[in-house]
Each structure stands twice: as structure tokens, then as C-alpha cells.
Design a protein around this ligand. Structure first.
Ligand SMILES: *[C@@H]1O[C@H](CO)[C@@H](O)[C@H](O)[C@H]1NC(C)=O
Length: 230
């Protein structure tokens, strides 16, 4: 597939340089042109459901952009994406997940015959959708890139922490099973799912790979595919 990719450590360094540069530029722009940047960030927010929550104003999340914690989180997301093993038309990674009873299952255990399975990766910040929700690490942990006026959840140090965090999501009555990523975060890594992402699996293959949330998380794309399958 085209040019050979540079070694991982080199890719990581290039990503580090790129992210640092973007954050420095972003921060500078925010100081010099706060109003223009606010408009720009709000416009980005429109692509997600971020602006739709009336309790959650720009002041709660906008100013956290381009902070040091933001940099660390974006870096983690981009580095993690190098571990991506899920590609459209290719076999889907059958990674382990944990049920609320503590049983270890695998994603394929949730596939019935040839029916498509939607995977909805996310943490508390993601919205609730259909089928299988895989609770992965927190995008806006209190001890990470935190937003104000958001629910307080720290980075999970154990599976028990993750289970407790996912109970906030359970309270919203998702209409489908919720399972937890294991503490090795294999589901999150192999599907490059952080901070949130949608997939459609069918016949053991990845048939749809959604964009990376929150900006490119579009459940309506899944709906369009399912309509065609009817
Ligand atoms: C998985 O994610 C959690 C944060 O939710 C972190 O504490 C843990 O170290 C991660 N595990 C690995 C193997 O990186």
C-alpha cells in the first residue's frame, strides 16, 4: 500500500511535533483573537451535539481547548490511532469486553447469524445509540482534559472504576447492552475508538467505520446503511 510507513517511534515524534504546534498556534490565536476563536470553536461544536445541551455552555468547554491537558489527550488519541486494526472490508478484531457480571466475552459473541452489529464506543460524554455500547476510557476525566459543569469521573484505575463510571450511562436507560472495555483497552486500541466512534460489523467483517467523534460521529450514516439493508 504505497510508500512504506516510517517506524512507529518516528511517527509518534512527528505527531508530537504536529500536535504541539497546533496547540501553540491555537492558544496564541485564542489570546489574540478570543472572539474569532470562540466563533470558530462553536462552529466546530455545531458538528457534534456539544452545543445542544442547554446546561453546557461554551464557557464550560470552549476555554479548555489548547490547554496542556487538552494537548496530552489529543496526543494520546493520535498515538493510539497507530494501533488501529479495524478497516472496512477486512476482518473485524474480536476483542474482549467485560459484562456487568464480570464475565469476559468477545465482540463476536454479540453477533447473531448474519445480522449487522453496531458498535458504539464511548464514555460518559457520548450519546446513547443502539445495539452494543462499549464503555472505553473517559474522554473528559476530572484528572485529564476536564470540562466544567460536566459530570465528575476520574480516569479509571481499575475495572471497578470503569464499571462505576458506566453506571452514569446505564441510568439513561440505553436500549441495548453495555459492556466494558478491559483494562488493557484492547477494544479501544484495535478499533482506534477514542474518544468515541461507531462501527458496523457483519459476517465478522467491518462493513462501516465511522469518523472519530465528537466532530465526525454521525449516527445518521449508520441509519442510511441499515435502510439499504432492509
Ligand atoms: C487503559 O485506560 C485506563 C484509563 O481509563 C488507564 O488507566 C490504563 O492504564 C489503560 N491501560 C493500558 C494498558 O494502557
Amino acid at each position: 500500500m504505497g510508500l512504506p510507513r516510517p517506524p512507529v517511534f518516528l511517527q509518534k515524534i512527528l505527531i508530537l511535533l504536529h500536535v504541539t504546534m497546533c496547540v501553540v498556534v491555537g492558544k496564541t490565536m485564542m489570546i489574540l483573537f478570543p472572539n474569532a476563536m470562540k466563533r470558530y470553536i462553536l462552529k466546530q461544536g455545531e458538528k457534534s451535539r456539544m452545543n445542544k445541551n442547554p446546561k453546557f455552555s461554551y464557557e464550560n468547554w470552549g476555554p479548555t481547548f489548547f490547554s496542556f491537558k487538552y494537548l496530552l489527550f489529543v496526543l494520546k488519541v493520535k498515538w493510539k490511532r497507530l494501533e488501529d486494526e479495524a478497516f472496512e472490508g477486512h476482518p473485524a478484531p474480536n476483542t474482549p469486553v467485560v459484562t456487568f457480571n464480570g464475565e469476559v466475552r468477545h465482540l463476536f459473541d454479540f453477533i447473531q447469524d448474519n445480522r449487522p452489529l453496531i458498535l458504539n464506543f464511548g464514555s460518559y460524554f457520548s450519546s446513547v445509540a443502539d445495539f452494543l455500547i462499549i464503555y472505553i476510557e473517559e474522554a473528559h476525566a476530572e484528572d485529564g482534559w476536564a470540562f466544567k459543569n460536566n459530570i465528575v469521573i476520574k480516569n479509571h484505575r481499575s475495572l471497578e472504576d470503569r464499571k462505576i463510571a458506566s453506571q452514569f450511562l446505564q441510568k439513561n436507560n440505553p436500549l441495548c447492552p453495555v459492556v466494558l472495555d478491559t483494562m488493557e483497552n484492547l477494544s479501544s486500541s484495535k478499533y482506534a475508538a477514542l474518544p468515541e466512534r461507531l462501527y458496523l460489523l457483519q459476517g465478522g467483517k467491518v462493513t462501516y467505520k465511522g469518523g472519530v467523534g465528537p466532530w465526525n460521529y454521525h449516527p445518521q450514516e449508520i441509519r442510511a446503511i441499515l435502510e439499504k439493508l432492509k
